[in-house]
Design a protein around this ligand. Structure first.
Ligand SMILES: NC(=O)c1ccc[n+]([C@@H]2O[C@H](COP(=O)([O-])OP(=O)(O)OC[C@H]3O[C@@H](n4cnc5c(N)ncnc54)[C@H](O)[C@@H]3O)[C@@H](O)[C@H]2O)c1
Ligand SMILES: Cc1ncc(CO)c(C(=O)O)c1O
Length: 311
């Protein structure tokens, strides 16, 4: 008997929503993908075949009977739902408004999971009539490929939800990681510590973007994709870590703001893939080609990593 609710609702059909919906549908759930934007829903509907093709390519197990419906009617999206996953923009007030709209339409027992990247669950729950029902469920992009989800209870979260969500995540063969609440949670704190040092190295001209990507991808990403950081310490030797950290930690970047050169790029409209240029420049067709290369690489890596022992 699966722990996955028969009906699930995903609120927000942007970068994350469609992949979340497809992953749940593949596990047999009837999923309603909802957005306020007709264009967002249309984009998700037209791209659905690509997303399901990726799930097929990584050999994601299929439970028959799953489906995704697409719509802009909230009442329809919430009817009979057992699990709601919120994936609207990272704005506290917007999320709280969405939770209020949801709470007015569903029973007190329906789980509301937020895909926030790091806004404290406790803070978001303060405006809710039933704060115990809100829990953090942080997927990583692309959600239909990265098979790890952070589960973060807030101070008001009904702790029975933690075990329930762990079983739901396992029901679609993802790895749940239960964490204490801290701004940014675990994944983004580690990622943003890495990105902070990377940006400082670029800003100081220590390395080129291409050199940085090659160094981090092969020197760190490749190794950490097989050996996690705590196991790595055993592999390297805690004495080595002590010797190096004793002089290196005080040298690491401790900036508390976004680097100026990044702010300058944003001010110039250079946002990355979404604007045709950011850290790199992209010509006609380059972004689609790069997106395809990234997905192809993630599929190949996922299949290989799934086939080796968890060290
Ligand atoms: N993009 C990522 O890499 C990533 C990864 C993990 C988590 N997240 C988090 O997931 C959430 C969504 O991120 P995203 O990148 O998918 O955002 P996005 O901006 O790509 O998509 C958000 C979608 O929500 C819709 N929306 C806005 N207001 C709404 C409302 N009131 N009701 C329903 N839909 C509404 C928008 O129309 C849009 O389609 C954020 O909290 C973000 O921090 C993002
Ligand atoms: C740069 C960056 N920031 C946040 C997130 C997730 O919350 C991601 C990701 O999931 O990849 C990211 O790349």
């Amino acid at each position: 008997m699966t722990s996955l609710p028969t009906i699930a609702t995903v609120i927000g059909s942007g970068t994350m929503g469609p992949g979340i919906a497809a992953t749940l549908a593949r596990a047999g759930a009837t999923v309603r993908l909802y957005d306020i934007s007709d264009e967002a829903i249309a984009r998700a509907e037209s791209a659905y075949g690509i997303v399901t093709g990726v799930l097929e390519a990584v050999g994601s197990p299929t439970v028959p009977g799953g489906s995704v419906s697409f719509g802009t009617d909230l009442d329809e999206a919430l009817a009979g739902t057992g699990l709601i996953i919120e994936a609207v923009p990272e704005k506290l007030e917007l999320k709280q408004k969405v939770f209020a709209d949801i709470e007015a339409r569903v029973g007190d027992d329906v789980i509301i999971a937020t895909n926030t990247s790091g806004i404290p669950i406790t803070t978001m729950a303060e405006s809710m009539s039933h704060p115990g029902r809100l829990i953090g469920m942080h997927w990583s992009n692309p959600p239909h490929l990265i098979p790890m989800i952070e589960i973060i209870p807030g101070q008001a979260t009904d702790l029975a939800l933690v075990d329930k969500l762990v079983e739901i995540v396992k029901a679609f063969n993802y790895t749940p990681v239960v964490e204490k609440e801290i701004p940014g949670f675990v994944e983004n704190r580690v990622l943003y510590a890495i990105l902070r040092e990377c940006m400082a190295l670029l800003e100081e001209g220590i390395v080129t973007p291409e050199g940085l990507d090659a160094c981090v991808k092969w020197g760190i990403g490749y190794k950490l994709s097989v050996v996690g950081p705590t196991r790595l310490l055993d592999m390297a030797g805690l004495d080595i870590y002590q010797a190096v950290s004793s002089y290196l930690n005080k040298e690491l970047d401790v900036s508390t703001d976004t680097p100026q050169f990044i702010k300058d790029k944003i001010a110039a409209g250079q946002l990355g893939f979404k604007s045709g240029g950011g850290m790199y420049e992209y010509g006609e067709g380059d972004v689609d080609a790069k997106r395809k290369e990234i997905i192809t690489g993630l599929i190949a890596a996922r299949k290989t990593l799934s086939s080796i022992p968890n060290v």
